[in-house]
Design a protein around this ligand. Structure first.
Ligand code: PLP
Length: 406
């Protein structure tokens, strides 16, 4: 390769108002610059212990097991599903968007017998529908998305959790788009296993999935325990988890006083997650949640005042990500590209059938700031005018400010 043409990348400051990744908090970036130390160094081990303690707090759980695993959020989903599902086990996955399909896809690869249901995009499930499907399919595991970032919808979980608890069914929840940005009461809602990602409301880069699970799931993992032959030649288990990398029996041994030497820890990512959790708890989980709601409300009111319409069932919108119909006559790709070129602001396109109909706009983590909301509203208004859309002008900024004044 001719190296004279290969330059060190220079990325200018970006405002990311997508469902993630989001802007990384400057203190998280600073933490990532710390020198690498060995993964069994005393200092590193205390960072691990503190990370577990802080993870419990943001999942609102007393579970012992609460720790990050290397990989993006789907690694956490895959780890929990491949730990709890064995070939032939019955699972039920209710789908209301792209990430429900992802859960079903991952569950099927465990060779479980997976029952799915689907409802129209923009809706969430009623408890009655979920109960009917559960009663008919009699699953060992129900796995569902809390915040469906592809549609901007938030699934109520409390009644489902209580019912699964009563029936002895394991409930696993993808809380990737919600933890830290809206209430997620793992224990109170009866959730057995949950996952979030480092790159959403925690404002760290993508690369770590944070998970928590209770004793019910731990007992399945323990029964399937199998260590690498190179570490323990006597470790044999016919029920071993099919993935080695995402084997929670070995990962929990790494995150226990055993400190099993499973993988080489992603040191800088652990620094990032530790600092991201610390910042969230320093702000206060409640305050972080309120900030997400406030900024999303201001953004929504501003876009509504401009004449844009939100997609989907208004009573169950996510407070972190919302979909808005693209105004008539606007070329979505050209618009988003100009937003990046002229303002360095990113918003996201819709997925699948929603691709040409909606924009997915997020205000998560460090991106969830008043300054970002106001800049985005002004940028969208000016570019919609530039492309000749028929919108209400001069109203968005005032509508958003009204929300902030309240
Ligand atoms: C709700 C939800 N679940 C799962 C994922 C998958 O996460 P990752 O891309 O970090 O693997 C995403 C990513 O956007 C998501 O929004």
């Amino acid at each position: 390769m001719n190296m004279t043409n290969v330059k060190q990348p220079f990325i200018e400051r970006h405002i990311i108002m997508t469902p993630g990744p989001v802007e990384v908090h400057p203190n998280v970036l600073k933490a990532m610059q710390s020198p690498i130390i060995g993964q069994f160094d005393e200092k590193f081990l205390s960072l691990m212990d503190e990370t577990m303690e802080m993870t419990r707090e943001i999942f609102q759980t007393k579970n012992h097991w609460a720790y990050p695993i290397v990989g993006t959020a789907r690694a956490g989903i895959e780890a929990l599903l491949s730990a709890t599902l064995e070939p032939g086990d019955k699972a039920y996955v209710p789908i209301f968007g792209r990430f429900g399909h992802l859960i079903a896809e991952i569950a099927k690869r465990t060779k479980a017998n997976v029952h799915t249901s689907e409802i129209p995009l923009g809706e969430v499930y009623s408890f009655e529908t979920l109960k009917k499907e559960i009663d008919a399919s009699n699953p060992k595991v129900v796995a569902i998305v809390h915040g469906e970032s592809s549609t901007g919808m938030m699934q109520p979980l409390k009644a489902l959790g209580k019912y699964c608890q009563k029936q002895g069914i394991i409930l696993i929840v993808d809380a990737v788009a919600t933890i830290g940005g809206t209430d997620f009461k793992m224990d109170e809602w009866g959730i057995d296993g949950a996952i979030t990602g480092s790159q959403k409301c925690l404002a760290a880069p993508a690369g770590m999935a944070l998970i928590s699970y209770n004793k019910k799931i731990e007992s399945i993992i323990n029964a399937r325990e199998k260590y690498d032959q190179g570490l323990d030649p006597n470790s044999i288990n016919d029920r071993m988890i099919s993935s080695n990398y995402l084997d929670l029996s070995q990962l929990q041994a790494y995150w226990s006083p055993k400190r099993l030497n499973h993988h080489t820890e992603a040191t800088s990512m652990l620094y990032a997650v530790h600092e991201a959790l610390r910042l969230t708890l320093e702000e206060g989980l409640d305050k972080s949640i309120k900030r997400h709601t406030l900024n999303m409300n201001a953004l929504s009111e501003g876009l509504k005042a401009m004449g844009l319409h939100a997609f989907g069932d208004k009573t169950n919108h996510l407070p972190t990500i919302k979909c808005f119909y693209i105004p008539k006559g606007i070329d979505s790709v050209a618009f988003r590209q100009k937003l990046v070129n002229d303002y360095h602001i990113e918003i996201a396109p819709g997925f699948g059938p929603l691709k040409d109909n909606v924009w997915r706009i997020g205000a998560l983590g460090y991106s969830s700031r008043k300054q970002n909301v106001l800049i985005l509203l002004n940028a969208i208004e000016s570019l919609l005018l530039y492309y000749g859309a028929s919108i209400n002008t001069g109203k968005a900024f005032l509508a958003a400010n009204k929300v902030y004044k309240k």
